[in-house]
Design a protein around this ligand. Structure first.
Ligand code: ZN
Length: 510
């Protein structure tokens, strides 16, 4: 297996360069002083270019061909055959993109990100407009490296959710929207849950301590990970032995940092659970943004916002915040952390309305790429569509088109669909976990997560990228991606919370 070994060595070198870049990015958003910004953008561009050159070099292609011959007789699922298959797919994507375009996009999006951090709080879309136009032009150029696509977004979606087509996502989202809207309408016709108990002063140190205590119980390994503070929480990985999460703390809200910690912990548990023998290879990554997001949402929402979870952890939270919570009942608190309302900000929105925020952005991405919406009209179109979907006016661009970092820090296209696919999948995977282990809800009530974590690790985390999402989902759940478990989950949770009537579930659905 000489070519396979040489291929693996080369892939690990590429991974080393990419992880050096990841470390620079992590530093940029946690500890770097502002003066480092310009040089950091250049350093990242250099590393991206060198990694891209090494990976797309003709020698990599030769090794891939030779290793494919060496592994031809191995079963599809074998580690070696999978490594060659997954590496080839990534290689075929990368060789089509000229190195210049890679570094151009890197330099531009670094600048655009810095400008956005200033423009967003100032409600200044005008400054971002020409930058966004250039991002759109570069995104189109990226897509055009893959001629023959059915939709211009398809190649861009392939980078995050390989194999999903814009047309499929559109159909899936259309079906989900039709079923979500009656539930949103029914809930929002009820009195709004009072969430004043979580909107109380809470010292940063206690918030962080409580969050760390919970993720330790989830199984986050502090020998192979850590948490730091940032503005926009994220998870990153430098190796399977070093997976980092970040959070932000608002001292006027008890649970804000907590839920972001649980979310990023879910991403981290996925990466930490990958087979250690895949270290440094393309197999040692989560398989798609949708599957990744399914894990953050499992730990944040299905577990972390469940009644059983809080039956166990609420007394502990009360101990951390005795002044604020001693007089607040578990019921009141549980309702507060599951309050549903039509609101302006995606990342603050509840489980029920969240996907409508994602659909708005996904549709706009397609419209921008197709040229149906011009960048100069984007802020206005955002406001119009948001008001049509949510029934509330958008007061400014800070809380409108400028709110999410994605279009200002990376290509337009493929950035948002993974969130909703993740929500859908979280419930589908969890339903399978429950079928195999009906005792999981009782475990959660006792603050025990070993069985759930173990099931997710064996079925979803351990294979890393060995299977694409569309290969993995039927293996794990016995069926293709389906919205039904997710709708059942939402109804099962919110029907009793808001005393919804059965006929409201499908009112107006044909
Ligand atoms: Zn996430």
């Amino acid at each position: 297996m000489r070519s396979l070994d040489a291929l693996r060595t080369r892939l690990i070198e590429v991974d080393d360069l990419n992880n050096a870049a990841n470390l620079l990015r992590w530093d940029q958003t946690t500890y770097m002083p502002p003066g480092g910004a310009a040089a950091r953008g250049r350093q990242l561009a250099t590393l991206s270019r060198v990694a891209h050159e090494l990976f797309t070099h003709a020698e990599t292609g030769r090794l891939l061909d030779a290793a494919a011959k060496e592994t031809a007789s191995l079963p599809f699922e074998s580690d070696d055959a999978s490594l060659v298959r997954v590496a080839r797919r990534a290689w075929e994507q990368s060789v089509r993109i000229p190195g210049d375009l890679v570094s151009e996009l890197q330099v531009h999006t670094s600048e655009s990100y810095q400008a956005w951090t200033v423009a967003k709080p100032k409600n200044d879309f005008e400054t971002m407009r020409p930058m966004l136009q250039r991002t759109l032009d570069l995104s189109r150029r990226m897509a055009d490296c893959f001629p023959g696509y059915a939709h211009i977004a398809d190649p861009l979606i392939d980078f995050s959710d390989y194999g999903m087509k814009a047309a499929e996502v559109k159909t899936l989202f259309g079906q989900l929207r039709a079923r979500l809207v009656p539930i949103v309408r029914a809930i929002t016709a009820r009195p709004l849950a009072d969430d004043s108990c979580v909107r109380q002063q809470a010292p940063e140190a206690q918030q962080l301590a409580f969050g760390l205590e919970v993720i330790k119980r989830f199984g986050f390994d502090f020998e192979r990970g850590r948490q730091d503070k940032t503005h926009h929480p994220f998870m990153t990985k430098f190796s399977l032995g070093d997976v980092r999460i970040t959070t932000r703390v608002r001292e006027d809200e008890i649970t804000d940092a907590l839920f972001s910690t649980l979310h990023e912990c879910g991403h981290a548990l996925y990466e930490l659970g990958i087979d250690r023998s895949y270290e440094g290879t393309p197999l040692a990554n989560g398989t798609s943004s949708g599957v990744h997001e399914s894990q953050s949402r499992t730990w944040e929402n299905i577990v972390g916002r469940s009644r059983g979870f809080w039956e166990h952890f609420y007394p502990l939270l009360q101990k951390h915040f005795p002044k604020a919570l001693a007089q607040v009942s578990l019921d009141t608190f549980y309702r507060a952390v599951n309050r549903v309302e039509r609101s302006l900000i995606r990342t603050d929105s509840d489980e029920v309305t969240y996907n409508l925020h994602v659909m708005l952005r996904f549709d706009l991405e397609l419209d921008l790429l197709e040229g149906r919406v011009a960048v100069k009209d984007l802020a206005r179109v955002w406001r119009e569509r948001f008001e049509a979907d949510f029934g509330i006016p958008v007061p400014d661009d800070t809380r409108g088109v400028l709110q999410d970092v994605h279009w200002y820090a990376g290509p337009i296209g493929g950035a948002f669909q993974g969130y909703t696919i993740g929500n859908i999948l979280s419930a589908q995977f969890y339903a399978s976990a429950l079928k195999a282990n009906p005792g999981i809800p009782a475990d959660i009530q006792r603050g025990e997560f070993g069985v759930l974590h173990g099931w997710l690790r064996e079925n979803i985390y351990r294979p890393g990228s060995k299977f694409t999402a569309s290969e993995l989902i039927p293996r794990v759940t016995g069926s293709a991606l389906s919205i039904e478990p997710y709708l059942d989950y939402l109804w099962g949770k919110y029907q009793p919370l808001y005393a919804l009537r059965e006929e409201e579930r499908t009112a107006g659905v044909s």
